[in-house]
Ligand binder design. Sequence first.
Ligand SMILES: [Zn+2]
Length: 358
Amino acid sequence: MSQNRPPIPKAIQRAVLIEAGHRCAIHTCRYTNVEIHHICPWEQCQEHRFENLIALCPNCHDRADKGEIDRKSLLFYKARLMSLFDADLGLPKGADASKSHELREDLDDTYHVQAEYPEFDSVDDSVDELNALIRAEAISFIQACRKSAHLDGKFSPILDESERADLREFDIENENFDYMFYEIVHFGDNLLSIRNTCSTYRAGAAHPNHVASTFNYQIKPTFKFELEDICDDSDALASALSEFCINEIKRQVTHDTDAAGDDNEFVFTDWIENGAGPEPTKFKSFSLTTDSLIITFSPYSVAPYAFGFIHVKIPWRDLAKAVSLREPFRTLASNATTSAVPKSDKKSKRSKKSEQAK
Ligand SMILES: [Zn+2]
């Protein structure tokens, strides 16, 4: 068997390890000694696809081989990783929520939905109100899944008999799920920014799909920010964001493909320029922090699945040079100008960091 099995290409190995932060992908384990496991066994799939590979420690790997950790669970862990993928790349650390909750529902024997959401310590009415809004987002997610199951049966796999037979062997004949994971991008200084990852898996698919949805609130007085609240001229804002994003995504994708030893930096040009084109809808997943606006692109929107989520961080002071910002962002931009590290220093620091990564 092993003679016929080619090694996992270096670039794919690296992508799988980076996805898991070079730790066991099971988030409560996180052991640092890792091996790469095929979610659908090699004997059955005969290929090394990023979507089917997961980093596990030897102990969890052994348990997965024995079936103690089943394939549905591994898909769950993989989806969870994807939601966190790249999350630490230069993003400010927001305060953690005091509690984490989850809503779970089995819509039928094969379709499971789950939404995780945070709750913040109540210090006054505005925090109570935010907690209610956050819980409401989780409830809307569950309701949307329930509605599509009830009205459209959209989760039902449309498979022919041979496909079903294949899947029976993999124990995932009829598994469908929708999960929502949250990440607190920023909490404090009168801003709350939450990014949710909605992961959808339908029986028979090679991997789950992931979409980011973001919520940004002013804490007091409490209201929700929309993209157009950043600047009065939404066309000018879209053009400026497009320019920032296209340049930065090209830089990230080129860097990643270089690291993978490929020489296809221009392969994705059309994909990127279309996915981050100058229309406000392209930037609807955004996060607000006190020093930057962060745009999140979901897998497939600007690059292939294996690139995961791509985040573009645009400092307020840079955006203020391109468009006229509304309050409170104008003030955040001018505050940053007085205290920020000069741009050239930051740049050289970053390139040094990417050198080390190579
Ligand atoms: Zn483990």
